[in-house]
Write a protein that binds this ligand. Structure first.
Ligand code: GLN
Ligand code: ZN
Length: 805
């Protein structure tokens, strides 16, 4: 690297969606997996999507274009392949076979684990690193993407997962020595990155972006030392492009001075997720930037302790760095407040050598283009920006900043000004009056009523359990399901026809009623104890409620990648949430009218509805969740009044909204639990409240789950090796528990024997009258054949253990 870094154009984005504006990649992947097309066809689709992206970004006037943000499945998986970290069991076939075997499994081989990407709804593949993993660089992907863009006459900046985040998010390969952590392999991985940087430099690449989002979460001194090692190592190479280290999803905290002290040329900051606090950190930690404090020889471990060394270390300066300022949110769908963003940019400019305007994170988390949503209400639409609109905002802000003279006021004053702008915008949203259903300045009474924030208090569990036993008359080890039954093609088509106006409402309702009758009859025939209506009327557990509540808008094309080929269409929560009329009551009542067995009404919980939507940003998240809780609470009361004796309120996303920093987590769990109780505590003692959680490391938040105070919790357990039943985890969990006895994500039908083994494990730690028998999630994605076979075995296992047979 020469003394002066190459110029960094005034605007960029950290990444862009890749599934295709019409989910072209999803279709190409599924067709390739089904053998309907070749790998070459899939590659061609990929190439076309990449080219369209670069042309689009260039056409929108963006200064610096990223490459490498495309992936056939996932960027962490791509990084593992780039470094040659492919576990032996996946090798053998072609490199494409190995890639998709890691992602999805292959004949007899389970895939690598998949988990949530920080606090987003995107899931990444967790690479496996062991003491013997050999790192063999294969830079084909980044190099060929650079060349593809050049073919269009465009220069790009390769985007890669940085070495520290890659290792921190990887898992130790199974069977390895105790105490081994992937980070132990840092030096070897850095060797591979060193070769990669040399290859990129040889290709004539000016800048490379290394994503290090893991640095916005709590990090130990040792981990921060790894940051120093990594970026001193890579930064001191002579044969490399300029280095841009991007952080996102929060503020860097202690990692900022550590990173700033290394020779990297540019640092990316998320100035949206941290809000004003991100700016605070920046100002605090660089306040003495102008005073040329000599860089102290402080170890990162010392930096994390509060002492004199820390103060010195925090003076590490950003003055010589380029700051890539993420002021346009890559996580939400709201238009950026331009004045506020400009104030932030000016404040950053005072601190740093040079400022580049950017998104707060990759635009992967938002839909492509608002122009694909002609049906949206125009008042809501005016507040929205999808990926392309956000790119345009970035470009415009860069132009405004360039035209804006550097003011004479001091940095702290500008920062204070910017902060005031942030606070001000929360109080007075300038677009508020445009939105129907939104009452400026009005926080619904029930939300401010903190005395009763959890709603009425239900009787203690023991009292309720007795009332419910009397009322429901269930056998021990009652058998139930999580709610959904397979969605038939006929129903999906009917729903599409209804939306297109080709099928009347009454005809559609008849179909739903008939399906409910079929599902109820099936459960009676198989001998389940608490029946469900099967959720045939729902396209999705969140979208369905969003469609029936005021304050939400839903999109037709607003797809966002969840993992691999899977996308979701998060609803847009833009106004005050109210329930104009009962939503699910008629379906549950219909189901209950068909059977003498108790029917369980099925609702989605307030945290999950909010977690899987794009949420208004002008009110604290907590207040929004409480509003939704009140709407669900109304539904709970109406279900009860309609004679539905059991009500399940699903909260699978409880863990997902958890703040990334530990210091914020307890406060979150407290209000999230309060919201759940507020939604459910209107139920009388006789009404049995169930909740369901999955996709979460539930064992880690069991206290919070207990605090939900549901009478019965059904929970994912089959895939996590029944960790939930560990003595330490289950502790003094005092309510009913249904540890999912088999994994519904696989088509495999569990045997009666293996279900009994799972139940016996539960019976070792819980009394028989508190153990429930159920699959570990809804049956929506299975076939009726699989469901019938599995539920038959579920019932016979329960009966056998009860001693009925
Ligand atoms: N009740 C929902 C269903 O059965 C729950 C789905 C979920 O947990 N994600 O489909
Ligand atoms: Zn589930």
């Amino acid at each position: 690297m020469t003394a002066r870094p190459p110029t960094f154009p005034a605007s960029t984005v950290l990444g862009y969606p890749r599934i295709g504006p019409h989910r072209e990649l999803k279709r190409a992947l599924e067709s390739y997996w089904d053998g309907r097309s070749t790998y070459q066809d899939l590659e061609n689709t990929g190439l076309q999507l990449r080219e369209e992206t670069w042309r689009r970004l260039d056409g929108l006037g963006l200064g610096a274009l990223p490459s490498g943000t495309f992936s056939l499945y996932d960027q962490m998986l791509d990084t593992a392949v780039l470094l040659g970290a492919v576990p032996d069991r996946y090798r053998g076939g072609t490199s494409a076979d190995a890639y998709f075997a890691m992602a999805r499994g292959a004949e007899g081989i389970a895939p690598l684990r998949m988990t949530k990407w920080f606090d987003t709804n995107y899931h990444y593949i967790v690479p496996e690193i062991g003491p013997d993993t050999s790192f063999r660089l294969d830079a084909t992907k980044p190099l060929s993407e650079v060349r593809e863009a050049r073919g269009l006459g465009l220069e790009t900046r390769p985007v890669l997962v940085g070495p520290v985040t890659f290792l921190l998010l990887s898992q130790a390969a199974p069977g390895g020595p105790a105490g081994f952590a992937p980070l132990d392999r840092l030096a070897d991985v850095l060797g591979a990155y060193e070769r990669l940087l040399a290859e990129l430099a040889a290709e004539g690449v000016d800048w490379v972006q290394l994503d290090e989002p893991a640095l916005v979460t709590d990090r130990t001194g040792e981990e921060l030392a790894a940051v120093t090692t990594a970026y001193e190592w890579l930064g001191n190479l002579t044969d490399r492009p300029a280095l841009f280290v991007a952080s996102y999803f929060g503020d860097l905290g202690d990692a900022l001075p550590v990173l700033a002290a290394t020779p990297v040329e540019a640092i990316g900051l998320d100035l949206v997720a941290g809000g004003a606090s991100g700016l605070d950190t920046l100002v605090d930690k660089t306040a003495h930037a102008g005073q040329a404090v000599p860089a102290p020889k402080t170890t990162p471990a010392q930096m994390t302790t509060l002492g004199k060394e820390t103060t010195l270390a925090q003076k590490a300066t950003l003055a010589g760095k380029i700051v890539v300022a993420g002021v346009v949110s890559g996580r939400d769908v709201w238009r950026t407040d331009q004045e506020q963003a400009l104030a932030t940019l000016r404040a950053v400019r005072e601190q740093a050598g040079h400022v580049v305007v950017s998104t707060s994170c990759s635009l992967l988390h938002v839909p492509y283009d608002l122009d694909l949503e002609p049906g949206l209400d125009s008042a809501v639409r005016r507040r929205l920006a999808f990926a392309d609109q956000k790119v345009a905002e970035v470009v415009e802000l860069a132009a405004l900043l360039a035209a804006d003279p550097v003011g004479p006021i001091s940095a702290p004053a500008v920062a204070a000004q910017a902060k005031a702008a942030v606070v001000g915008s929360v109080q007075a949203d300038h677009t508020e009056e445009l939105v129907p259903g939104r009452d400026p300045g009005r926080v619904p009474d029930r939300v401010t009523d903190r005395v009763s924030e959890e709603g009425p208090v239900r009787s203690p569990y023991a009292v309720r359990a007795a009332a419910q036993a009397e009322h429901l008359r269930l056998p021990s080890l009652p058998v139930t399901t999580i709610g959904s039954f397979p969605q038939t093609g006929e129903l999906r088509e009917a729903r599409a026809a209804l939306a297109a106006g080709e099928l009347g409402e009454a005809a559609y309702d008849d179909l739903v009623r008939a399906e409910i009758a079929r599902v109820v009859a099936l459960q009676e025939r198989l001998g389940l104890d608490v029946l469900v209506h099967g959720e045939p009327e729902r396209n999705d557990m969140v979208q369905y409620f969003a469609e029936h509540l005021d304050g939400f808008a839903v999109t037709r094309n607003g797809w966002v990648q969840s993992y691999g080929s899977r996308c979701t269409r998060p609803p847009i929560l833009h106004g005050d949430v109210r329930r104009p009329e009962p939503i699910t009551v008629r379906w549950a009542r219909h189901a209950q009218s068909l059977t003498d067995k108790p029917v369980k009404g099925m609702l989605t919980g307030p945290v999950t509805i909010v977690a899987w939507s794009f949420v208004r940003d002008d009110r604290p998240l907590r207040d929004v969740v409480f509003q939704v809780a009140d709407a669900i609470g109304d539904e709970v009361r109406d279900l009860e009044a309609a004679g539905v004796p059991v009500i399940q309120v699903d909260e699978p996303a409880l863990r997902e909204l958890m703040p990334l920093r530990r210091e914020d987590q307890d406060a979150y769990l407290e209000w999230a639990v309060a919201a759940y109780r507020r939604a459910t505590s209107g139920a009388g003692d006789r009404t049995q409240i169930h909740t369901h959680l999955c996709y979460s490391d539930a064992d880690q938040i069991l206290d919070a789950i207990d605090a939900l105070d549901a009478d019965v919790t059904t929970i994912e357990s089959a895939r996590s090796g029944a960790r939930i039943l560990d003595e330490a985890a289950i502790g003094d969990f005092e309510r009913g528990l249904g540890p999912g006895v088999y994994d519904i994500h696989s088509p495999r039908v569990p045997s009666t024997w293996e279900i009994e083994v799972a139940l016996k494990a539960a019976l070792r730690v819980l009394p028989a009258d508190r153990v429930w028998v159920n699959p570990d999630c809804g049956l929506k994605t299975r076939t009726y054949e699989q469901v019938e076979a599995a539920l038959t075995n579920l019932v016979s296992a329960a009966r056998h253990l009860r001693g009925d047979q």
